[in-house]
Design a protein around this ligand. Structure first.
Ligand SMILES: Cc1ncc(COP(=O)(O)O)c(C=O)c1O
Length: 455
């Protein structure tokens, strides 16, 4: 029979996949390979350290039968540890920040973990910080093991023992550049150490979000004031024990916009569905590879799967809300779906047979200055408060007339997939546009809805 002893036996031995379309697009001569850590059973690079830290704790007698694993995690280490806990019968409690995606939070619960969420804004060292909270819970929980992935030597050791040799063997020793992110620093330090031992001229490059401290810290020895960023799982507010900056030759800062854009492009152009930190790393890999010739072999880490971020940067709505969506992806339908922060909005309109007084009352009540006039879901005209009032000044009796008598021409009608350029052009001439879907008017876009995109 052909089978694995348990789910943990599937961890590692992830393949390298060549990047083709995006390298061509960026006129890159070097070979660029993705190390597919998203194909681990918990869908991230952190499966490797979950099992190695628990192996250490069992060997040292720190974790005994029926014990509890308590860890502070941005999700993926929790998933790696939860796999071990499930397979070997431990309980686990994970402390996350409220920045962690709902997908990772639910995934951990589905694996049987208990979850505590702390504010991402809490400063390191304060009692509400997720690391301090995890430590406290561990101290209060009998027979518990607190791995402390930020400092535990079994973290980089897992990558030294497995990730590094796999890359070395799969590239037949031809790798010239290794690019990874720095969260705990375990991946880059462990893999980088192995690769440099095999060939000291291999360059190890860290890709880190703007706002994290690592670049300034490496270059000046000073720890700068961190600033918030949106990419999950990487970058730090303080140095970590496992980020060995001597192994890293260079650190490149990457914006959230570049990270999410490139993570999304890896899905669309290469079929590699990945998380935001992979976008950060790939952005760094492209910057490095642009300067290299065809003899160079660049390997970058695909840290985790895009499924963890379907409600975040893989959603156009979320990207639009964060003002990060590429303008060519903004359609009339998307503007409609996401206006008023996504709260469902009823289309306000009047019928041609309604009285002008009723129409004015509706405008007043709803705080709008214009209304479409619809009949049987089709647009037959429009009302603008200022024009209606001008007409009423001349003839007050019009108040009791039907709207049809004084209405203006219909607002232009567009399809849901109309693009932002078209929408802007049409809004130069008309104050609002109507969206028609399956021959029914389903919504209205006003100039302020479009201005909101550039808040
Ligand atoms: C999504 C994601 N990417 C990258 C990393 C970075 O890996 P490391 O902690 O080994 O530096 C982590 C974990 O910290 C992560 O969760």
């Amino acid at each position: 029979m052909k089978y694995y002893d348990d789910i943990l036996a599937l961890i590692g031995k992830t393949p390298l996949v060549r990047i083709n379309n995006l390298t061509k697009q960026h006129k890159i001569k070097a070979k660029v390979f993705a190390k597919m850590e998203s194909l681990n059973p918990g869908y991230s690079v952190k499966d490797r350290i979950g099992v190695s830290m628990v192996d250490w704790a069992e060997k040292e007698g720190v974790l005994k039968k029926g014990g509890t694993i308590v860890e502070a995690t941005s999700g993926n280490t929790g998933i790696g540890l939860a796999l071990v806990a499930a397979a070997r019968g431990y309980r686990c409690i994970f402390v996350l920040t409220d920045k962690v995606s709902v997908e990772k939070n639910r995934y951990l619960k589905a694996l049987g973990a208990d979850i505590v969420v702390c504010p991402a804004a809490a400063k390191p060292g304060t009692p509400d910080h997720y690391v301090a909270t995890a430590k406290r819970i561990a101290e209060e929980t009998p027979n518990s093991f607190y791995p402390d992935q930020y400092n535990h030597p079994a973290n980089p050791a897992a990558h030294y023992r497995t990730t590094g040799p796999e890359i070395w063997e799969d590239t037949e020793g031809k790798i010239t550049h290794f690019v990874a992110s720095i969260g705990t620093g375990g991946t880059i330090s462990g893999t980088g150490r192995y690769l440099k031992e095999m060939n000291p001229s291999i360059r190890v490059i860290g890709a880190d979000p703007y706002g994290s401290i690592f670049k300034v810290y490496k270059e000046s020895g000073q720890v700068p004031e961190p600033t918030p960023y949106l990419v999950e799982g990487i970058g730090q507010a303080l140095p970590t024990g496992n980020a060995d900056l001597n192994i890293i030759d260079e650190i490149i800062n990457i914006t959230d916009r570049e990270s999410f854009d490139l993570a999304r492009q890896l899905g669309r152009k290469e079929g590699i569905f990945c998380g935001g930190s992979t976008g950060t790393i790939f952005a760094g890999a492209l910057k490095v590879a642009k300067e290299l010739d065809e003899n160079a072999v660049v390997v970058f880490i695909v840290c985790d799967t895009g499924e963890h971020y379907l409600t975040k940067f893989h959603s156009d709505e979320w990207m639009k809300e964060k003002l990060l969506l590429e303008p060519q992806r903004i359609s009339a339908g998307l503007i409609l779906e996401t206006k008023n922060s996504g709260a469902p909005t009823e289309l306000l309109f009047v019928s041609p047979s309604d009285t002008v007084a009723a129409a004015l009352e509706k405008m007043n009540e709803c705080g709008v200055t214009q209304l479409p006039v619809l009949e049987d879901h089709h647009s037959v005209g429009s009302l603008r408060e200022s024009r209606v009032l001008t007409k009423l000044l001349q003839d007050r009796d019009l108040l009791e007339s039907p709207v049809a008598k004084i209405m203006d021409e219909s607002f232009p009608v567009i399809e849901p997939d109309a693009n932002l350029t078209d929408i802007k052009k049409k809004l130069q001439k008309a104050p609002a546009l109507l969206i028609e879907d399956f021959k029914r008017i389903t919504g209205i876009i006003t100039r302020s809805d479009v201005l909101d995109l550039n808040r």
